[in-house]
Design a protein around this ligand. Structure first.
Ligand code: ADP
Ligand code: ASP
Ligand code: MG
Length: 436
């Protein structure tokens, strides 16, 4: 079975839903993962912020603004009176549900319940549409099988154990529709896989059912060699290895949620990135191997914090790095990049939840300097030792950019540099000219 995930733009208009119904047509069984209609999750975030701030008036206004266009959406999605009526009922129910949070105490738990509405609405509408046009499809509630643990990590064994029997039960069904993004947490409450998480849902369910392939359908023809929102003349990359794609996703290529590749890689399930607006385009295939050995692509991750940690003794005594890392471990804060010198070590983190505590503890045995607004620019490819010149090419391109940290040699497919975010656009454009 294949897993096909359609993102926000791909389900963003009634005619898009019509096209994806066409796209999924075929004789084989498919598991379809849908995002919320584009704009909906952002609107739900804004509604939650208003309700958290006890601003019911603003909350009500935002709720109306979100739901009003849905009544039109339904009218254009369906043809028969019967289906239109069912569609209106779906919207009514969700509209009333979101409104029921007005004038009540509202916190993090309620925010997560509200954020789940986007995917619940899009899948309910799409399922209703497939029924209208006679597809043998069933709606599988993701909250029945998607689960994260206390550390917000997905529990793949749980997903496997729950999802496979559900699928096996529906022998007649050909299309299984489910929500991306949403999951239950360790307390059984409604939670999610963080923004952009529908990609992650697709690879998790793909791994759980040992899918033949996971397809991520979006609004661009595959992974480009650079961020198309910042750089002109980018082009799609035909093939990437799991490791290359994982680095690009982790270091900011927005087309994939940062963790998407891991479950697919575990079971060597190819991931294909495809364009809903241009289905005949080849896109990008992510698999075990590619034949290309060169610089493949560049991505950038913002909002990083650089911490320079200097040993108060003259030299980096043994045991010093262990003590440093233990502090980050204690506060469950991952380190993205690291460089060392004789007397100091610099690290970057992107989770600042425990920054104050981390700094406090580090200061008990070293001196620290903190720089915010940092960006990692990550150059991904196959940097074999027998390919001299690649690194020169990179730094020649970056000659006008002030660089704070450099990381090379950690893996054979990544060179990363840390720069101030103000230089990001220049760096991405300079690299685009210099290395491709
Ligand atoms: P979806 O809603 O389908 O999940 P996203 O907006 O999350 O879509 O991801 C697709 C977008 O990612 C593209 O429209 C593009 O602007 C952006 N993007 C950023 N970096 C890249 C890249 N390297 N290759 C392709 N797209 C990228
Ligand atoms: N709807 C969610 C978001 O906008 C998840 C996703 O689209 O992947 O972040
Ligand atoms: Mg996305």
């Amino acid at each position: 079975m294949k897993v096909l995930k359609f993102g926000g733009t791909s389900v963003g208009k009634p005619e898009r839903m019509h096209s994806i119904a066409n796209l999924i047509k075929g004789n084989d069984k498919k598991l379809i993962v849908l995002s919320a209609v584009s704009g909906t999750t952002n609107a739900l975030v804004a509604i939650s912020e208003a309700l958290s701030a006890n601003d019911s008036e603003k909350g009500m206004k935002l709720i109306d603004e979100l739901f009003k266009p849905y009544f039109n959406f339904v009218d254009q999605l369906f043809s028969t009176t019967e289906a239109k009526k069912n569609g209106q009922k779906i919207i009514d129910i969700h509209y009333e549900f979101v409104k029921s949070f007005l004038n009540k105490s509202f916190g993090e738990k309620e925010t997560k319940i509200i954020l789940a509405e986007g995917e619940l609405i899009s899948t309910a509408l799409f399922q209703e549409y497939l029924l209208e046009i006679g597809y043998k499809s069933v709606l599988l509630p993701a909250l029945d099988f998607m689960k994260i643990d206390e550390d917000n990590e997905p529990v793949l064994t749980h997903i496997e154990d729950k999802l496979n029997p559900i699928i096996a039960k529906h022998t007649d069904a050909q299309y299984f529709i489910t929500q991306g993004f949403i999951a239950r947490n360790s307390n059984g409450e409604i939670d999610n896989l963080k923004r952009g998480g529908s990609d992650y849902t697709a690879s998790l369910v793909g791994a759980a059912i040992r899918a033949e392939e996971v397809q991520i359908w979006t609004d661009i023809d595959g992974m480009h060699n650079n961020d198309p929102r910042i750089v002109k003349n980018t082009f799609p990359i035909a093939a990437l290895t799991f490791d290359e794609a994982a680095e690009l996703a982790y270091f900011g290529a927005k087309i994939l949620h940062p963790s998407t590749i891991l479950p697919a890689k575990k079971y060597a399930i190819p991931v294909r990135l495809l364009n809903t607006m241009q289905p005949e385009a080849k896109g990008t295939v992510i698999a075990d191997q590619t034949s290309d050995r060169d610089i493949k692509a560049i991505a950038a991750k913002d909002n990083l914090i650089a911490i320079k940690i200097k040993s108060t003794r003259m030299l980096l005594a043994y045991g010093f790095l262990r003590r440093v890392f233990e502090v980050f471990e204690k506060y469950k804060t991952p380190i993205d990049m690291i460089t060392t010198s004789e007397v100091a070590v610099s690290v970057t983190i992107d989770d600042d939840k425990n920054l104050i505590n981390i700094l406090e503890e580090l200061k008990s045995f070293c001196t620290v300097e903190v720089d915010k607004n940092q960006t990692i620019v990550c150059i991904v490819g196959d940097f074999l030792e027998d390919k001299p010149g690649l690194v020169k090419k990179i730094f020649d391109a970056l000659k006008a950019i002030p660089i704070r940290m450099i990381s090379y040699g950690g893996s054979k497919n990544n060179v990363s540099v840390l720069i101030n975010t103000q230089h990001k656009n220049d760096a991405l454009n300079a690299l685009n000219e210099g290395v491709f």
